[in-house]
Structure formats: C-alpha cells, structure tokens
Design a protein around this ligand. Structure first.
Ligand code: ZN
Length: 150
C-alpha cells in the first residue's frame, strides 16, 4: 500500500485495522447534517453524518472509499468525536492538524488523539496529508452546518 511501507509497524497495524473494519460506517437514519468531501489528488471520498442532542455529538457516521490513510483517519475520527461537544471536536481537529503540520504536541495532547497518533508518520509525505485531513475537513463543515441549525 503506497505510503504505508515506511510507517512504524504498530502504527501500520492500527491504520490497516481501521481501513479494513471502519468504525461507525453505517449510515444514520435521520442525520441532522451530512457533508461529502473528496480529495481529487488521491481519489478519496468521504461522507460524514452527524446527529446532535443536548449540544453533544450523539451519533456519527463516516463512510467513504479511497486510500487506507483517508479511510482510517475517518474511522478514528468517528470514535474520537462521538459523545463530544462541537467545540471539543474542533479542538481535537486542531490538535490533529497541528500534528500533521509537524508541531510538537505534549503528552496530554497526544493522549487526546489516542490511536490517531498512528497517522503521524504520514506528515513526512506531504501529498498524503490531504488524505489524512479529508474526513476532518468534512467534519468541520458538518459542525458549521450544525451550528446554523440550532
Ligand atoms: Zn488518499
């Protein structure tokens, strides 16, 4: 799989596990918002659906097709943002963007990202950073739409 060969094997296992068995990929029956995004450079597609209740992201669905990095990032994202407030979800996105841009994160910040840390090796492949951030960009749009609704 292109781009994965150089990654640490533990990280590669996490990425491939999420790629082969994406979490929260079943479509929601009654989403509040739905956003699709595509990365033409790689052919990745992702659809993010959110349902909110009591200002918390109650349900999330992330489905799509494309490379292992784009799809595993979406799967990991779905696990991280479920049960979070929109502000908390945006904060996690900010941390992940920082990680991808090569910022040094503290131990506490890395803990917040959990297994998403597995994607940090991607930052040495600038072309793949778009793959890693695709689902998160869709999430950001979805959160903006959600804010307009309430
Ligand atoms: Zn890709």
């Amino acid at each position: 799989m292109q781009g994965l060969g150089e990654l640490d094997s533990l990280y590669r296992d996490i990425i491939l596990d999420h790629y082969r068995s994406p979490r929260n990929s079943s479509p929601l029956e009654d989403p509040d918002v739905e956003v699709e995004a595509a990365n033409p450079f790689c052919g990745d597609e992702v659809k993010v659906q959110l349902k909110a209740a009591d200002s918390v992201i109650e349900s999330v669905s992330v489905a799509g097709r494309g490379c292992s990095i784009s799809q595993s990032s979406g799967s990991l994202m779905s696990e991280l943002v479920k049960g979070k407030t929109p502000d908390e979800a945006r904060a996690i996105r900010g941390l992940f963007q920082g990680l991808m841009k090569g910022q040094a994160l503290s131990e506490a910040q890395l803990l917040e990202l959990g297994d998403l840390e597995a994607l940090q090796g991607v930052r040495t492949y600038p072309v793949r950073i778009k793959c890693a951030l695709l689902a998160w960009s869709a999430l950001d749009d979805a959160l903006k739409q959600l804010a307009k609704r309430s």
